[in-house]
Design a protein around this ligand. Structure first.
Ligand code: HEC
Ligand code: HEC
Length: 217
């Protein structure tokens, strides 16, 4: 069964196909608004606060993801997902200077949106390797009240264990969602699942392994 979530991603992919080819440099070629509107807005939202894909102008996201991480994703894309590679060296349409301009502008706009430096979310990449049994326990603690005991949907949110969804998202994207939430969709960040009990690096790692195990191989 194709879920609504999967359809949104697929639709966004189709809508964005050809964006690279349609990119026409404006003066100056590194102007953020034009670059973002032409290349990113279709999936990440017109104002950078989220569309089918997460918002990037987001203080919590930018507190966990440093510039190198953001730059690498934009340059190389995320294989097997809808996130394209934009670097000319990877067949994309953006020069190194243009990618740098996007990363810098996201950083400064994200800083305007909140005090990223004071947030201290769990690290972007797992420090402690995840473990599925612990992940099931952590899921019951932090996620089940909204997504249901088995993750198939509950009173507060939809299914996140649907194979059609899990095959379209990377493990990192699941980790990023748990850490930074989806404020545009009402999904809490790492502090908000159980009030007063922020998630640890290990909690996040364990749940990602538990979710990833639900992908159809
Ligand atoms: C066709 C849709 C699409 C377009 C266009 C697109 N993205 Fe993405 N982007 C995605 C998806 C989907 C993901 C999540 C991929 C995954 O599962 O890891 C993503 C992930 C990302 C991430 C990593 C998020 C994380 O978890 O750390 C960054 C950074 C990013 N995109 C930046 C951009 C920028 C900047 C542009 C424009 C230059 C852009 N994207 C254009 C769909 C898109
Ligand atoms: C307070 C309720 C609530 C809690 C607790 C919660 N979520 Fe969510 N979550 C949401 C809502 C609302 C959405 C967006 C709407 C939907 O998907 O139904 C969402 C969406 C998601 C998505 C999909 C994001 C996307 O890009 O489409 C993932 C993955 C997710 N949550 C994982 C988790 C995990 C893992 C936990 C536990 C660590 C968790 N959530 C805890 C409410 C919650």
């Amino acid at each position: 069964m194709i879920t609504v979530r999967a359809l949104i991603l697929v639709t966004a992919t189709v809508a964005a196909a050809g964006l690279g080819a349609a990119f026409i440099p404006t003066a100056p070629a590194t102007a953020f608004n034009a670059l973002y509107a032409q290349n990113c807005a279709g999936c990440h939202g017109a104002d950078g606060t989220g569309g089918a894909a997460r918002g990037l102008v987001d203080a919590v996201y930018l507190a966990t993801a440093d510039d190198r991480v953001v730059r690498d994703v934009v340059a190389r894309g995320v294989p097997q997902t809808a996130m394209p590679a934009f670097a000319e060296t990877a067949g994309g349409a953006l020069s190194d200077d243009q990618i740098d301009a996007i990363v810098q502008a996201l950083r400064s706009r994200g800083a305007d949106a909140g005090q990223s430096g004071a947030l201290h979310p769990p690290p972007y990449a797992a420090v402690t390797p995840g473990e599925a049994v612990r992940g099931g326990e952590a899921f019951a603690t932090f996620c089940a009240r909204c997504h249901g005991a088995d993750g198939r949907g509950g009173p507060g949110a939809g299914s996140i264990v649907d194979p059609a969804y899990l095959t379209l998202v990377s493990d990192q994207s699941l980790r990023t969602t748990i850490i930074a939430g989806r404020p545009d969709l009402g999904a809490p960040d790492w502090r908000g699942n159980v009030p007063g009990r922020p998630m640890s690096d290990r909690d996040v790692s364990d749940i990602v392994v538990w979710l990833a195990a639900r992908r159809v191989p």
